[in-house]
Design a protein around this ligand. Structure first.
Ligand code: SF4
Length: 165
């Protein structure tokens, strides 16, 4: 049985290394703006992946954006999909998988690390088994020590016997 040990101190966002997953994957359901899952926010520059209104988020009704912490899920999922050269930016089918993996990894980290509200997504429980190899790959990427190290800090296991995803 192998467990993946994750160090909360290392689980930090890195927007410069992310394909803007938190600005594309989740639903936005605001009084002044609604967007479905898996669609870029209207404020996202999809070329440089920067928020066009980042300096004025609060004034424009998006205070949660600055407060949001992906705990490293965004750059880790981005790294995995960049390795295979496919992502939401060039392949809609790969993008669907990428978003579901991001949502599940974020939910996994969020349950253990934070009190911030979960993202609103359209990911379903049925996807979990099919996506498990991707999810485990991302969690291993996030781990300081990789899958060979044994630990139970988060109780995340790669054999699925006690996975809390
Ligand atoms: S307002 Fe900016 S930070 Fe918030 S989701 Fe849209 S692009 Fe991302």
């Amino acid at each position: 049985m192998t467990r993946i040990m994750l160090d909360p101190e290392k689980l930090k966002p890195d927007c410069d290394s992310c394909d803007g997953l938190c600005c594309v994957s989740p639903v936005l359901d605001l009084p002044h703006y609604q967007k479905p899952a898996a669609q870029p926010c209207k404020n996202l520059d999809v070329v440089n992946l920067r928020c066009r209104i980042f300096e004025t988020l609060e004034d424009e009704g998006y205070p949660f954006c600055r407060a949001f912490d992906c705990h490293g899920a965004g750059p880790a999922v981005t790294a995995l999909f960049r390795e295979v050269g496919r992502s939401w930016r060039n392949d809609a089918d790969a993008g669907k998988v990428e978003f579901d993996v991001f949502n599940i990894v974020y939910a996994t980290l969020h349950r253990r690390l934070a009190d911030d509200p979960p993202l609103i997504t359209d990911v379903t429980e049925e996807h979990h088994e099919a996506l498990r190899p991707f999810i485990d790959a991302v969690l291993i990427w996030l781990s300081d020590h990789g899958a060979d190290e044994v630990g139970d800090h988060f109780g995340v296991r790669t054999d699925g016997t006690d996975a809390e995803r």
